[in-house]
Ligand binder design. Structure first.
Ligand code: IMP
Length: 199
């Protein structure tokens, strides 16, 4: 029988990816709304992906009393000292405006040669149980930032990120291809290992 798990995120793209990846683990992801969670905003005020991920999972679990899974994720660019990092969603100030975030990133990297445009996506997935137990898993995907957006799949910084070993951006790869190699897939695979070890 599928394990029913509430997604703390309201980001449609993230939920689609998490659903597609966890289906094969026998998890059924339901939305916050389906779980009866009121439309509260959770302030992401932690300095790390781990802190924000735990906070989101704990707060939503307390509101629905069910096993809850949160993803806190972002892009870390080496030339920018790891920025935008935990500020990825609000890099250009307006929360969640992917176009402006991408524009700002390209501007900051103007003239930077290809070999210095290395970056990684990070995803920290936290699963919190009604008894307060928390499991945390981190996944990373390394690659580089190109000089102009390419592709229209995915979300966020996908049109600017080419994963190592590929010549296409995440936005040019199919959902299946991205979900096989992404930071989110790596974190969820790690979570599945932690779950298996608990049984
Ligand atoms: P969060 O909701 O605070 O975890 O913000 C995550 C932000 O990081 C998103 O709004 C995107 O800007 C970026 N991000 C995380 N994962 C991805 C991804 O898979 N593709 C593109 N951008 C991502």
């Amino acid at each position: 029988m599928d394990r029913i798990i509430v997604a703390a995120s309201r980001n449609r793209h993230k939920i689609e990816e998490i659903e597609a990846i966890t289906k094969k683990f026998g998890m059924r992801i339901i939305s916050r709304d389906e779980a009866g969670v009121p439309p509260v905003e959770i302030e992401e005020d932690g300095d790390t992906f781990e802190a924000n991920s735990l906070k989101k999972a704990e707060e939503i679990m307390k509101l629905c009393g069910k096993i809850t899974l949160a993803d806190d994720s972002g892009l870390m660019v080496d030339y920018l000292g790891g920025a935008p990092g935990v500020y990825s969603a609000r890099f250009a100030g307006e929360d969640g405006n992917d176009g402006k975030n991408n524009e700002k990133l390209l501007k900051l990297l103007e003239g930077v040669p290809a070999n210095k445009r290395t970056a990684k996506f990070v995803s920290v997935i936290t699963m919190v149980y009604p008894d307060g137990t928390a499991l945390t898993a981190r996944g990373e995907c390394h690659g580089r930032i190109i000089t102009e957006p390419a592709g229209d799949g995915g979300f966020g910084y996908d049109p600017l990120f080419v994963p190592d070993g590929y010549e296409k951006t995440f936005a040019q790869l199919s959902a299946e291809e991205k979900n096989a190699i992404s930071h989110r897939a790596a974190a969820l695979a790690e979570l599945e290992k932690l779950l298996e070890a608990r049984i």
